[in-house]
Design a protein around this ligand. Sequence first.
Ligand code: HMG
Length: 384
Amino acid sequence: MKIGIDQISFYTSQYFLDLKTLAKARGVDPDKYRVGIGQSRMGIPPPDEDIVTMAASAAFRLKERGALDGVENLLLATESGIDQSKAAGLFVHGLLGLPSRCRVVELKQACYSATAALRMAMGLVAMKPQSKVLIIASDVARYELDSPGESTQGCGAVAFTISANPRLVAIDPESGFYADDVMDFWRPNYLSEAQVDGKYSTLIYIKALKEAWKQYAEESGRSLDDFARFCYHIPFTRMAAKAHQKLARGISDEELEQVIGESLIYSREAGNCYSASLYVGITSLFDNCAEDLSGRRIGLYSYGSGCVGEFFSGVVQSGYRTALLKEVHQELLAGRTELTFQQYEDIYNYGIPTDGGEHVFAQYCTGPFRFAGIEAHKRIYESV
Ligand code: HMG
């Protein structure tokens, strides 16, 4: 039985900061960000947008199309958790009006957790093929102001369903994975900004890739020539390019662009979406690839600092194009509002009140849901 991704939907904030604006404010050559890091813009969530509203907004587009009928499990992957106890997915469950016969749980392992959710979902569907699993990865990438990581911030969510006989991509059984207890990137509970050993993190990302690929290649007997395209975890697009250059030694710039180029388009605009990033890449590939990929195999690399890496793959299903939400994604990215540097810093410095009082948040532009306020430490969400 084929099991894999049936439908996929991407959402990011309605606001962005152009990295040329950041470069000017920080006295950095804009080409460092555009070429060296490979990013153009970063999505910035306003105070009334968070991982719950982004997750619900991404999944809402699937619900509108009836794609959530039959969902019995909602797995929400994030490393920007809003509560130590209650799963963020339960707020999403409420906002989307999902049935009470639906399990809800939150998963964490840095940017890897959505792939852990995918593995869990495949087992659940194998046990009950008529059921579906909704996975949502939703994150806000936030580093200290004026730090090396600042230009790699971003935000976004991807919602996707796992089912039998999927319309988009059937996931192969073979997989290579690697774990190691390292401190390349972390965020203690009492901090709202990630801590990172930046250069080290890029080396560990590559080490985990090589180890994961080695196991995958041994198990599957496949070589790099067996793949039409590759999608990587994308902390910034240059990282994905460097990663592929490490696997495919001596690849020309043209070939590199051909095998990963389409997967990087949305991330260059939204920035790092942490747990969602690989899945932003998959969405970007499907939406932007002019060639019909039906029947072709794609290679997928998921990486979460700390660290866990996994190389896996899937076969694109014939007719997949009819199941894409390409226009929705492209309208969203084209319709965003650019922030001035001052507006960016003001939003960055806005802290959610923690005094237990009643607070109503100013209304910004969001998707179908917003984080309206907080009262007695309870977050209040509403439909727009
Ligand atoms: P940095 O140290 O300021 O940058 O920040 P740099 O000096 O290394 O420059 C970056 C590149 O720009 C270099 O190219 C420069 O040569 C080039 P490279 O040598 O790498 O090929 N450059 C220029 N190019 C053109 N014109 C110019 C110019 N100037 C310089 N004028 C760093 C880089 C990655 C350290 C920083 O962005 C950072 O700390 N980022 C956050 C950590 C990160 O994203 N790590 C990635 C791997 S870990 C991961 O992916 C997991 C993660 O998503 C979290 C999770 O799992 O939860 C982060």
